[in-house]
Design a protein around this ligand. Structure first.
Ligand SMILES: *Cc1c(COP(=O)(O)O)cnc(C)c1O
Length: 393
């Protein structure tokens, strides 16, 4: 007989999902009600308001797509991009490659602007691409590249798109609630995120927001959106603010209780305070890692506080270390992706998991495992360095 599944209590310090707060898990287990129940409709309105706060936007079309971040990505592309369009796609890690796939599957042409993994998107290259392709009507880029731990200048990229009469599609899956993100001030047009990174909610929901310019483009499409499920004109009838909600699909009722709770927690803390907390824990972690003798993979000015890429010391077996952390310490950190596989670890400090406790725990576990692996590190240096950082603040 197959029996119930009881997962272990891990500490999730990889590229996501991140640790989910007990408050959010508690909300998830509340009684399921109908998705057209008047009380649920009220909850949907509150979620919309809370998401507008998280995204710093007044966009009317702001809602959670009932599917993971990748579906939010696809929703932005299939609604904004039509066959024959030219889209400038920035790639400096894994996720830009997926954007290209999306553009091509929409029957459009992707003009690629490539930067090395570990570097931010080059504004000069994007400007040059617009100069070479005046027909381009969309710019797509990733704000926080989770595969490398790099932040790109989203504000400047959105401005470049506007200056060239293009709409911007912005991946904020890892940036939302972790680093500054100002959808309205920056003039971002189609923005998608995920719930399992810095919101520390369960995986499987994708908050999105569309500017008025994006809505106008969607409404003036000549061809139907090829995806029925992600067609915003239809989804709007369900999530739209007014009067009667039309059935589109059954919302993941309990998942949305969880999202609501995580957004309430974000509001209680305040966005600015959340950013400060992410910065502080990041600096303490880096201080500890460097004191241990490890080096960071990304230049200081481009680092994401929520995703720390660390160079794996020579002679150390990547997989051994990660499995020892998991098996002996219940601690998950991320492997490198693509060209960085075997070369870097990715240590997440996202949302609820971005805590002093996790910084100190991770440094302790990593030091123990690396010592056992015979790596030449400075023993006993990491904790004091991190602690000095915490007490110095
Ligand atoms: C995690 C992630 C995604 C994909 O989100 P899923 O929820 O896994 O579909 C997209 N973009 C970035 C930058 C991410 O970090």
């Amino acid at each position: 007989m197959t029996t119930s599944f009881f997962p272990p209590q891990r500490t999730l310090m990889g590229p996501g999902p991140s640790d989910v707060s007990p408050r959010v898990l508690g909300a998830l287990s509340r009684p399921t009600i109908g998705h057209l129940d008047p009380l649920f409709v009220q909850l949907m309105d509150e979620i919309k308001g809370l998401l507008q706060y998280a995204f710093q936007t007044n966009n009317e079309l702001t809602l959670p797509i009932s599917a993971p971040g990748s579906a939010g990505m696809e929703a932005c592309f299939v609604n904004l991009v039509s066959p024959g369009d030219t889209v400038i796609v920035c790639q400096n890690g894994v996720f830009g490659g997926r954007m290209k796939e999306n553009v091509e599957r929409c029957g459009a042409r992707a003009v690629m602007v490539e930067d090395a993994w570990g570097e931010p998107v080059s504004l000069d290259k994007v400007a040059a691409a617009f100069a070479d392709h005046p027909e381009a009507n969309t710019l797509a880029f990733v704000h926080a590249e989770t595969s490398t731990g790099v932040r790109s200048d989203a504000e400047a990229l959105c401005a470049l798109a506007r200056d060239n009469n293009a709409l911007s599609i912005v991946d904020t899956v890892t940036s939302l609630a972790g680093i500054e993100l100002k959808v309205d001030d920056w003039g971002a047009d189609a923005v998608y995120s995920g719930t399992q990174k810095c919101l520390s909610c369960i995986p499987g929901i994708s908050p999105v927001t569309f500017s008025q310019r994006a809505v106008e483009r969607i409404q003036s499409r000549e061809q139907k959106v090829q995806s029925w499920f992600l067609d915003m004109q239809l989804v709007m009838g369900y999530w739209g603010g007014s009067a009667k909600r039309a059935y589109h699909h059954t919302a993941p009722v309990n998942d949305l209780y969880a999202l609501h709770e995580s957004l309430v927690m974000l509001q209680e803390e305040g966005l600015e305070n959340a950013f400060v907390r992410h910065q502080r824990n990041h600096h303490a972690l880096v201080a500890g890692l460097e004191a241990m003798g490890l080096s960071m993979a990304v230049a200081a000015e481009h680092r994401l506080p929520q995703l720390n890429a660390v160079n794996i010391p020579d002679g150390v077996d990547d997989a051994n270390v990660r499995s020892a952390l998991l098996n002996d310490f219940n601690l998950e950190i991320g492997a490198g992706l693509g060209g960085l596989a075997g070369k870097t670890w990715r240590i997440g400090l996202m949302g609820f998991a971005s805590s002093e406790h996790n910084v100190l725990g991770c440094l302790t576990a990593l030091e123990a495992v690396l010592t056992r692996e015979g790596a030449s590190i400075n023993a006993s240096a990491a904790l004091p360095a991190a602690q000095a950082h915490f007490s110095g603040q």
